[in-house]
Design a protein around this ligand. Structure first.
Ligand code: ADP
Length: 188
């Protein structure tokens, strides 16, 4: 059985927090494109320098750059028993590319969990994180990009029957329980 999972939701919806809990429990890699880019920024690489400027405004990096990153990561052997994708795909072209990559690798998605959080709660949460791209202007832009470009990705996946929509508000542990249930992993 594979655990090829995609966590989906707005900036601040709690994907990263929930993904970390799943990593602990299932020992599968967490592939968070935002984390990968932040590591590039810290390393000072050319990609990092480019990413930093874009991320600070809340805009997206080019699809081809992101697709190359994710394709290379998913091809690593540690992804063969499963993975948690977080922050990708964020656009329809990224979703189409992902479908191709996963098809080529023979690792089709098993489940997509959509963490639904109200806009009011999203603004409150990102306001408290203190990340470079969490300044009010950038957050507003990220949410706008999410609504325009990323939300339609969910409609691309709905016909697959893999999407489970859950309430992302409330205690972290309560959300975790909902995530596990949505993944078909609830124990008792
Ligand atoms: P968030 O908390 O907004 O979900 P992430 O850590 O996932 O933040 O991403 C932070 C930033 O990294 C995004 O605003 C964007 O600039 C860039 N980024 C991350 N993933 C992608 C992607 N799949 N496509 C384009 N840009 C991305």
């Amino acid at each position: 059985m594979t655990r090829n999972w995609l966590l989906y939701g707005a900036p601040g919806s709690g994907k990263g927090t929930q993904a970390e809990a799943l990593v602990q429990r299932f020992s599968i890699p967490h592939i968070a494109t935002g984390d990968i880019l932040r590591a590039e920024v810290r390393s000072g690489s050319e990609l990092g320098q480019r990413a930093q400027a874009i991320m600070a405004t809340g805009a997206l990096l080019p699809d081809d750059v992101m697709i190359d990153i994710v394709r290379a990561r998913l091809a690593q052997p540690d992804c063969s028993a499963g993975f948690i994708l977080d922050g990708f795909p964020r656009t329809l072209p990224q979703a189409l590319a992902l479908d191709g990559v996963l098809g080529d690798l023979g690792h089709p998605l098993d489940r997509i969990v959509y963490l639904r959080v109200s806009e009011e709660e999203l603004l409150a949460r990102t306001g408290g994180r203190g990340r470079d791209d969490d300044k009010p202007e950038a957050v507003r832009h990220r949410i706008q990009v999410y609504l325009e470009e990323t939300l339609p990705v969910l409609d691309h996946y709905r016909p697959t029957g893999l999407v489970r929509e859950i309430d992302g508000e409330g205690e972290v542990s309560a959300v975790s329980a909902r995530v596990l249930e949505a993944l078909g992993e609830a124990t008792a």
